[in-house]
Design a protein around this ligand. Structure first.
Ligand SMILES: [Zn+2]
Ligand SMILES: [Zn+2]
Length: 342
């Protein structure tokens, strides 16, 4: 089968023939239909410091996917060939204190699909049945393909109460834009979003942002946005050090920040400012397993529209163009097709 493989250190990936994965008795085999390109995949392509430290090679990469079960291991109950599925991309150890207390998102030994285990940028994928999420009929394939990223957005947006609150979002990539959509759906009174890219600010507007700020061109300051008291809630989605410090400065006393963005390097922080203004900063990673996934279904049932979030499609063979598009920082979610479209 064809797959996108990281061979070793440095930049680049290989679109190559690899053996079909063999599911063990607790696994399912999935025929991959569509995959979403994530920032993680871009870092693996670049071979940045995190990737060099974390990705064991050779490795089939990718974790955002939708596919169809084609084979079910002998020890698997409740799953059937033909079901349309995605999966939780953090494969948890099931033995640490948090796993055993059913707080799997806090597992200290989770392995990432497409990071420490072969992933979804391939025609077929084998993975543990317990990680599989079965989609309900009617979920658009593009939305299903990015359920993992949608889950990041929901996890961030549902960290703090949002009804009638003011929200500042730094970073309007696909996850930032989807978190904006969830905040609007949850009844935030005012949502301001910053990004370097004008086209991503358009995405944020379509997601429900009331105000947008072009970072580097316009001041990202609470007063300039008509919020003299500061913002109630912040979502840091960019990993950009100046966005992080601007966000902290723009918070109200007692403000609450959910941080998903990952800076490449250590960022200095003024802890006395955080104490004196009594800010809450909550780190966010992944999704709650599977609470967040159920919430995603509920949000879709309630009419949350994510059609704005997917901006580009490529055939898997054109993966280089797809990665270049995603790396430019102007797009929403970029989707790779692994199977012919009906
Ligand atoms: Zn991802
Ligand atoms: Zn664990």
């Amino acid at each position: 089968m064809k797959a996108l493989v990281k061979r070793g250190p440095g930049e680049g990936l290989d679109y190559a023939d690899v053996p079909l994965p063999v599911p063990d008795r607790h696994d399912v085999l999935v025929r991959v239909l569509r995959t979403g390109i994530c920032g993680t995949d871009l870092h693996i392509f670049e071979g940045n410091a995190w990737a060099a430290r974390t990705v064991s090679t050779p490795r089939v990469i990718g974790h955002e996917f939708v596919g169809e079960i084609v084979e079910v291991g002998a020890g698997v109950g409740g799953l059937l060939p033909g079901q349309l599925v995605s999966a939780e991309g953090h494969l948890t150890c099931n033995s640490c204190v948090n796993c055993r207390a059913d707080r799997k998102h806090l597992c200290r030994a989770a392995e990432g699909l497409g990071v420490q285990r072969d992933g979804a940028f391939a025609e077929y994928l084998a993975l543990p049945a317990e990680s599989v999420w079965v989609h309900r009929p009617g979920v658009p394939l593009d939305v299903a393909a990015m359920f993992d990223a949608f889950g990041n957005a929901v996890h961030v947006a549902d960290t703090f109460p949002l009804r009638d609150r003011t929200v500042l979002v730094t970073g309007a990539g696909p996850i930032g834009a989807m978190a904006t959509a969830v905040a609007a759906h949850r009844g935030a009174r005012l949502i301001a979003v910053s990004d370097l890219s004008p086209s991503r600010l358009q995405l944020a507007r379509r997601a429900g942002a009331h105000l947008t700020v072009q970072a580097g061109q316009e001041p990202l300051e609470a007063a300039a946005l008509g919020q003299e008291q500061g913002f109630d809630v912040g979502f840091e989605m960019s990993g950009n050090p100046s966005a992080q410090s601007d966000l902290i400065a723009a918070m109200a006393h007692g403000g609450r920040i959910a941080v998903l963005g990952l800076p490449d390097e250590e960022v200095p922080t003024d802890w006395s400012d955080i104490s004196l203004r009594m800010l809450t900063i909550q780190g966010i990673s992944g999704r709650k397993v599977f609470d967040t996934w159920h919430t995603m279904n509920t949000l879709l049932d309630e009419g949350l529209d994510l059609s704005f979030a997917v901006t580009d499609h490529f055939d898997a063979r054109d993966w280089e163009k797809a990665f270049a598009t995603a790396a430019q920082g102007d797009s929403g979610k970029v989707i790779l097709d692994w199977a012919p479209r009906d």
